[in-house]
Structures are given as C-alpha cells and as structure tokens.
Design a protein around this ligand. Structure first.
Ligand code: AHG
Ligand code: MN
Ligand code: MN
Length: 332
C-alpha cells in the first residue's frame, strides 16, 4: 500500500491550489501539533493524575475538568508564539485573548476539549477549531472582531481522540480526514474528500430531554421511532455518544442527523451548544461534506453572533433529514 499524503504535504499543495497563505498553513500545522499533544495527554491522563474536575468554572458556568485546562494551554502554547495569530477565543477563557506581540491577522476560536462528560470514562472526546481573519489586523484587536458569521470562516475542523486520533480539516474546498500515526505522530490523509451519505436511518439526540422538546422535534423523532409502521416507512437506529465530535464524525462517515435543539428546560438558553466554538466550525465542515446545518429556523452559518460564548440550537447532518426537520419548524 502506498504511503498516504501527510498533513504537511497536503498543506503545501493546498497552499497553491486554494491560495492559502503561509501564515494560515502555520496556524493549521500548530493546531495539528496541539492535537497531537492533547492526544498524548489523554493517553496518559490516568497515569499522570490529570483526570477529574478542577474547582473552577468557565464563563458558561460549567465546571472545568483538569484536561479542559490542559487542552486549552496546549492550544495557547502552540498558537501564541507563531506571531501569526492575533487573538484566541476559547470556551475555557473568560473572553477573547489578544496574543501579546502578535502581528498576524488570524483569529482562532476553540473548544479545546469537547465531550467533557466522557473524559473520565474513556470515551472519545475531541477538539474543535474555527479560523477567522482579524478584520483590522492584530493592532487594535477588539472583542467585536471575533463576532463574524460562520460563512466568514477561512478554515475549520476538529480532532477526535478515539480508538485512533483523527483530524478533520476544511478550507472551504471539501473536507479531508487525517489519521495520526500512533508512533510518528504524523497526520496522514486517510479519508480524502469526505461526503455525507444522503440517505440515512440514524439519529442522534439526547432523549432524556424529550419532555422539554418543542413540537417539530417531537414530531420528527416520533416518526423515526415509529419505524416501518410509521410515516417514514422504515426503521431508524439511535446513537448518542455525548461528544459532538464523535457523533459528527459518525455522520460524516455513514450519514445521519445530529440534534441539540432549543428546548423548554431553561427558556433563557437558546440551545446547549456554543455557536462560535461548536456549531459554526462543525456546521462549516458538515455543509462542505454535502450536508446541512440549521437551527430549525435558518442556516447556522448565517447567524450574526452577538457574544463569543453564545449558545444556539443545532440540527445537522444528511441534507434531506435536516430539511425535513426545518420544514416541521416552518409548519409551526
Ligand atoms: P463540552 O464538553 O465542550 O462542554 O461539550 C459537550 C457537548 C457536546 O459535545 C455534546 O454533544 C453535548 O454537550 C452532550 O450533552 P449532554 O450531556 O446533554 O448529552
Ligand atoms: Mn464542546
Ligand atoms: Mn469543551
């Protein structure tokens, strides 16, 4: 079998074919380096005594795991010294962080470790990243510079730390999947041009929230569960890992729909997942793989963000299914 293309070789080629500048190549290389380091930290976490929670909470009020902070530090140490990242926003930081002394004009938004409830139980977790341009460069960077719609992303992707560590990458020209070689640590292109299968019979939603779902979601799931004897005329399967990265990697591979809809559990929250760290980067990847990403009422990537930590309803995956859920919302 011929050796797959390395991430470095892919980026060298993409720099020419997709006109990606050297600074953006550096940002992505350093994101790969941080993911490699986090993968190692996860492998050794129990032995190194870094499982479990800290006593601190993030800006969204969620208790931070020790590994949330390890992963956040890994990204800051990998990206800060490059000089090409003007600012970083992270689920684990109170607000946007202007990188001291930076002269570059890229912004990186991060969910350093996605799936925190799975960290201590040895189930797949991941990291999510979104890259934007700083509209006014590094000088005079303001918090408002981060508030760009998902359509403005120049690159996004995520890593899954599972049986294998994989890196899913998208520059707006399709979606590429790399697997980390367990010995060399090199990322190798094993899933080129990922396309989400159009026809699917698998759904992912946390059904323990069912009593708070709104009617369009109740209807869609009831129809799936009714299976062959219901209006869909076929049986569906349900999966819920509890790490968005793992659930989405599954739907990139074999299709499906993933939902964390708005519900009535806490009327002040427009959903659970974060627009800038989760919904936009993963929505960008899903769309580029031929799928769709919606709030139920519109395209996630077109939302005008108001706040870096804001939450949003998420319905994404195989296009036909997402459009069906959106049509149920439109029907009221
Ligand atoms: P995070 O660990 O970054 O806070 O994200 C967890 C998210 C997401 O990965 C997952 O789909 C969802 O929360 C799981 O929520 P439940 O615990 O309600 O199932
Ligand atoms: Mn997350
Ligand atoms: Mn997280």
């Amino acid at each position: 079998m011929s050796q797959p293309v390395s991430l470095t070789a892919y980026l060298t080629e993409a720099a020419v074919s997709h006109r990606i500048d050297e600074a953006l190549v550096t940002v992505v290389q350093q994101i790969g380096a941080a993911c490699r380091e986090i993968s190692g930290a996860l492998n050794h976490a129990a032995l190194a005594g870094i499982l479990g929670a800290t006593e601190s909470a993030n800006a969204s009020g969620e208790t931070q795991k020790k590994l949330d902070l390890v992963a956040n530090d890994a990204f800051i140490h990998a990206l800060g010294p490059t000089g090409v990242v003007a600012g970083i926003a992270s689920e684990e930081l109170d607000g946007p962080y202007p990188v001291p002394g930076a002269s570059g004009d890229y912004l990186v938004l991060l969910d350093p470790l996605d799936g925190s409830s799975n960290i201590d139980v040895n189930i797949s977790v991941g990291s999510i990243f979104s890259i934007l341009r700083a509209p006014r460069g590094a000088a005079g960077l303001s918090d408002a510079d981060f508030l760009q719609a998902g359509t403005a992303q120049v690159c996004a992707g995520f890593a899954v730390y599972g049986p294998a560590t994989v890196l899913v990458l998208c520059f707006g020209h399709g979606v590429q999947g790399f697997t980390m070689h367990p010995i060399s640590g090199e990322f190798l292109l094993t899933q080129p041009d990922i396309r989400i299968p159009e026809h699917t019979s698998e759904f992912a939603i946390n059904t323990s929230n069912q009593r708070w779902w709104q009617p369009p979601v109740q209807r869609y799931i009831a129809e799936c569960v009714a299976g062959k004897s219901g209006p869909r005329g076929r049986d569906f399967n349900m999966r819920w890992v509890g790490s968005m990265v793992a659930d989405v990697y599954r739907l990139l591979t074999r299709g499906g729909i993933f939902m964390y809809p708005r519900d009535t559990k806490d009327a002040t929250k427009p959903g659970k997942l974060r627009l800038m760290y989760e919904a936009n980067p993963i929505g960008y990847v899903v769309e580029q793989a031929g799928g769709a990403a919606s709030t139920g009422y519109g395209r996630i990537l077109e939302l005008a963000p108001e706040q870096v930590h804001q939450r949003v309803a998420v319905i994404m995956g195989s296009r036909e299914e997402v459009e069906r859920v959106a049509s149920y919302h439109a029907a009221g």
